[in-house]
Design a protein around this ligand. Structure first.
Ligand code: XUL
Length: 520
């Protein structure tokens, strides 16, 4: 038996998956949902209410409390945490946590909860997360100071982007310079969680660090000019940038005493949820595209050399297995699908039935601009929802077409905005909650004219974390890990219907027109 624990701290939940690399099996899985299990944080979808729709923040104590709860649940269910030989994790990307100088002496005691002990160490009680789009002015300032967005993209893999950590740090510095001054360390969600586990000053890995507008991809270190353009003294507040397979510390005594982990259990650097998912999907070599359908929808693939999006929406991140990955993010993912399902009183079975059995590809021309919250691809700051098509559909009286419209419109937008990444893929792997829906897989197959397949394991980010721990500690090869754990679920295969190719080519053109008509 050789067990490795992967944790994933996502927007809406903290999940755990334990793999046994000797037997090639998943031996434990659990998840704490922030809205359901920690309602006192008033974050039903993982973030706090805010009067400005551009601002999206979470309480970082919620993530600390979720870690205690997840491990407590494991212990109560009789799972032996002491059998775990190594741990890694992944976090929602770009979000930042601000800590004062007490951070450097922190030593967690089992007398109190983690959240209670982290509270006095925060120099800012909220964390801006990836859904925040309030930093346009800061992006402009950083780009101007650093020699233009072309330069920022050439160095970091992305132009200055609202949700990226650098612009968020600048906004904090401008709004509350005193608290910024009191900040001794700034962590990403991923490295914050790794700090909780080890109690030591852990680094930020190249995969997640690339989502900050601060990391020089070629040098694999922080870029001084960008740090200076972002906020004064920033370089001293950033942890080290480290390779993704670095052992950043050993599990803190808190977890040994409280949950029974073995003293000395190594913790491998955490990374972003998308880079982790790339590993979990077995897609670390170029040639396989992945679509992740979660709170955000993302499209990503491994890349040998960094290539940036000519339209400025996409990103280059570090690939935890070496090299790079391209990624493009669509903010209106599952929450938009849920909003349409709720508006039309459809449960997920009825939603799938509406698409598979009650409507046809092309949907009689019905389409939806589905920007319930600001969007990053394409860049839309003002929430905009428009139904376009038949009278019944526009009047909200055609629930079946509404279900098809949200899925088709999301797929069309994804296809439109990902063409720069690679030649047309013939096979795309899908992951995330909505990838279990056969209707969504079929629409993706038809719009992309590609075979769509999901894996037997659902939590690809968590699985990627467990695989990364196993690779870093046991030095198992990526290929053998992928062959064992990242196996396609043959029953999930959706094949493209060639007869729909023309329908979607024409529809894509109309989607562009619809966007142009309503989005300035
Ligand atoms: C990627 C992005 C999102 C978050 C979601 O750039 O912003 O996919 O990582 O957790």
């Amino acid at each position: 038996m050789s067990l490795f624990l992967g944790l994933d701290s996502s927007t809406q939940s903290l999940s755990a998956i334990v793999i046994d690399t000797d037997c090639g099996t998943v031996v434990y899985e659990d998840a704490v949902n922030f809205g359901r299990h920690l309602p006192h944080y008033h974050s039903p979808s993982g973030f706090l209410e805010h009067s400005d729709p551009l601002v999206k923040q979470s309480n970082p104590l919620m993530w600390a409390e979720a870690l205690d709860l997840l491990l407590t649940r494991g212990k109560e269910k009789g799972f032996a945490w002491n059998a775990v030989e190594g741990i890694s994790g992944s976090g929602q990307q770009h979000g930042s946590i601000y800590l004062n100088d007490g951070y450097f002496d922190a030593c967690f005691s089992t007398e109190q909860s983690l959240a209670n002990q982290v509270k006095p160490l925060l120099s800012r009680d909220v964390s801006p997360i990836w859904m925040d789009s309030s930093t346009s002015a800061e992006c402009q300032k950083i780009a101007d100071a650093a020699g233009g967005n072309g330069r920022v993209a050439a160095v970091t893999g992305s132009p200055a982007i609202e949700r990226f950590t650098g612009p968020q740090i600048r906004r904090f510095y401008k709004e509350d310079p005193e608290s910024y001054e009191r900040t001794a360390r700034i962590h990403l969600v991923s490295s914050f969680m790794a700090w909780l586990l080890t109690g030591t000053d852990v680094g930020i890995d190249f995969g997640d660090g690339a989502g900050m507008n601060l990391l020089d991809l070629a040098e694999q270190d922080w870029n001084l000019a960008l740090a200076d353009a972002t906020a004064p003294g920033l370089l001293q507040k950033l942890p080290k940038a480290v390779a993704s397979d670095t052992v950043v510390g050993q599990i803190a005594d808190y977890f040994v005493i409280k949950y029974g982990f073995c003293a000395g259990t190594p913790v491998v650097a955490w990374t972003g949820d998308n880079p982790s998912s790339l590993v979990g999907m077995g897609a670390t070599e170029p040639g396989t595209a992945v679509i992740s359908l979660g709170t955000s929808d993302t499209y990503f693939a491994a890349m040998q050399e960094p290539r940036t999006d000519p339209n400025g929406y996409g990103h280059v991140f570090g690939n935890p297995a070496g090299g790079y990955m391209s990624l493009i993010c669509f903010q209106n993912g599952s929450l938009a699908r849920e909003a349409v399902a709720k508006e039309h009183s459809l449960d997920w079975d009825a939603f799938a039935d509406a698409i598979l059995n009650r409507t046809q590809p092309g949907n009689e021309g019905n389409m939806l601009l589905y920007y319930f919250t600001p969007e990053v691809t394409p860049r839309i700051l003002k929430p905009t929802v428009r139904y376009a098509g038949t009278e019944a559909f526009v009047n909200g009286q055609d629930a079946n077409s509404a279900a098809r419209a949200i899925v088709e419109s999301q797929a069309l937008s994804m296809q439109l905005h990902t063409g720069w990444i690679s030649d047309k893929p013939s096979r795309i792997l899908v992951t995330g909650g909505a990838s279990r829906n056969p209707a969504i897989r079929q629409v993706l197959a038809d719009v992309f004219q590609a075979e769509i397949l999901s894996l037997t394991v659902n939590n690809s980010a968590g699985l990627g974390a467990a695989l990364r721990a196993a690779q870093a500690i046991k030095r198992l090869s990526w290929q053998s890990l992928a062959n064992t754990f990242s196996q396609p679920d043959e029953s999930s295969r959706a094949l493209p219907n060639a007869a729909t190719a023309d329908i979607y080519r024409e529809m894509s053109q109309r989607f562009v027109e619809l966007l142009a008509a309503h989005i300035s």
